[in-house]
Design a protein around this ligand. Structure first.
Ligand code: SF4
Ligand code: SF4
Length: 488
């Protein structure tokens, strides 16, 4: 055996010896000692949290499905066209010129995620994340429907390839691919807009090679994620699970096992009384393993908070059903903070929870205010480079400017200008009927009588109006002869 290979094996063996396979911290719940994946067969969950999550998921899926197709004032409800840097949030189109609002939006979302995690733990992962919603509420439900619960699934996978197994697997994969195709198309609609997506589907395919390629790639990506990759996407790809260790503290609300109440765990023997269990030093956990068997990430929540936990609450439901059966109070596994578990207290509203929640609402309000008060037209007035004032035969003076108008709405916008702070005449040479999403750059001539000038550089304000409504005020200077300054 070559020496290098021998050395590598020795190194591998010494690493193996260092790993304590009984300690969950030393290895992933979904990998064996050879690093091979352990497929997770979660038991079908049931209970009040699962019911509430199911209804919320249906609502979220509905919003997700109609988001790019619903129009407000002709704009999509939601669109994130990163290719053309056009974004639509609740029908308000953000153009590249609005990037600061979008950047602020992303910053506020980031702060909201940090604050929400600090207070409410990974509530987003369990209740709102599209990956969890799609996996647990769509693909997993179809799997249960076709292959049965976890025991039947395990048996089917271990069984030889009979016509029945081929039929079940083929049916599942076809349905998975069809749904992945729909999800891939939805994602594309979010990126390029529903109109473009419909065009790609209905037009000659030769005109949309890029769009069709993206469609196929997205479909295959989602098929791979939901058919095979599954919980690994949360564990290995999503950075959020890794961030949580720095975002959470002992006051954060997490899905937690009340070890004070549950330990020492031990099976409940037939006919064993509470007194006998207490005398044996046993807690409320009867070590039934139900919380582990329902976990879609294959972990044991009794080991404490772990990176893999997506806070799906399935273990809460499972343990509550066991507590009901053994006539113990619910909540051995529950939403709790580490502080509340250690002190044996019920979860209560702390000042931090109140302050962070208030900040979250304020940030959401700020974002809404910025979006709603964004001017529909961007107007910039620049003095024509190198141009000085001109004297007219009437004795009046003129200055030449270049106006840049960007229509940020989805409708044609006729624009007119008015001098606001001084008597004079304003003439626009060029197009002031700006098309949706387009820019117009007309020349503007401002004519003033010399008597109104008070200095060599006179500040002037020009109002930008459309259909009688003032949209914005632009400010610039009107340059006159030097004697205007001496006339003061
Ligand atoms: S479900 Fe509850 S009782 Fe059963 S093992 Fe888990 S924590 Fe213990
Ligand atoms: S430990 Fe509980 S909450 Fe966390 S992922 Fe598993 S079942 Fe869901």
């Amino acid at each position: 055996m070559p020496e290098e290979t021998r050395n590598a094996e020795v190194r591998h063996e010494s690493v193996e010896q260092q790993i304590n396979w009984d300690d969950y911290r030393d290895h992933l719940a979904t990998a064996d000692q050879q690093g091979r994946r352990i497929w997770v067969y979660p038991k079908k969950p049931s209970g009040r949290f699962y019911r509430w999550r199911t209804w919320l998921s249906y609502l979220l899926l509905l919003v997700l499905a109609v988001g790019p197709f619903t129009k407000i004032n002709g704009n999509p409800l939601l669109m994130f066209n990163i290719v053309e840097r056009r974004f639509s949030i609740f029908g308000i189109i953000l153009w590249p010129q609005d990037m600061f609002i979008f950047a602020l939006f992303m910053l506020i979302v980031f702060i909201m995620v940090v604050l929400a995690t600090a207070v409410y733990g990974r509530i987003f992962c369990g209740w709102f994340c599209p990956q969890t919603v799609m996996m647990e509420m769509v693909f997993r439900k179809i799997e249960y429907w076709i292959e049965g619960d976890h025991v039947e699934q395990r048996a089917l996978n271990a069984a030889p390839w009979t016509p029945r197994k081929v039929r079940k697997k083929a049916l599942k994969l076809v349905i998975f691919y069809v749904i992945s195709f729909v999800v891939g198309n939805l994602l594309l609609a979010y990126i390029i807009g529903s109109d473009r997506l419909i065009l790609i589907i209905t037009d000659d395919p030769r005109n949309h090679i890029h769009g069709l390629t993206a469609m196929m790639l997205f479909s295959l990506l989602f098929f791979g994620i939901f058919a095979r990759f599954r919980e690994q996407a949360c564990t290995f790809i999503c950075p959020y699970g890794r961030f949580q260790s720095v975002l959470l503290d002992e006051a954060s609300i997490i899905v937690g096992y009340d070890y004070k109440r549950g330990e020492k765990r031990g099976k409940k023997k037939r006919g064993q009384s509470e007194e006998e269990r207490a005398a044996a030093g046993l807690g409320d956990c009867i070590n039934c393993g139900m919380c582990v068997s329902v976990c879609p990430t294959g972990i044991d929540i009794r080991n404490g908070l772990q990176m893999e936990c997506v806070h799906c609450t399935s273990c809460i439901d499972a343990c509550d059903s066991i507590m009901d059966r053994i006539k113990k109070p619910r909540g051995l596994i529950r939403y709790a903070s580490l502080n509340s578990i250690e002190k044996g207290e019920k979860l209560k509203a702390t000042p931090r929870l109140f302050i962070y929640t208030t900040v979250l609402f304020l940030l959401t309000g700020l974002l809404g205010y910025l979006l709603l008060n964004r001017p529909p037209v961007d107007a910039y007035l620049l003095r024509a480079p190198g141009a000085l004032y001109q004297t007219m035969p009437t004795g009046h003076l003129t200055n030449l400017y270049l106006l840049k108008l960007l229509n940020k709405t989805n409708a044609e916008m006729p624009v007119e200008l008015k001098l606001e702070n001084v008597e004079g005449k304003i003439t626009v040479a060029g197009n002031t009927n700006v098309m949706p999403g387009k820019m117009s750059e007309p020349a503007v001539v401002v004519e003033l009588a010399p008597e109104v000038l008070t200095a060599e550089k006179n500040p002037i304000e020009i109002g930008v109006y459309s259909n009688g409504r003032k949209l914005e005020t632009v400010r610039t200077v009107f340059v006159g002869p030097e004697k205007a300054r001496h006339a003061l």
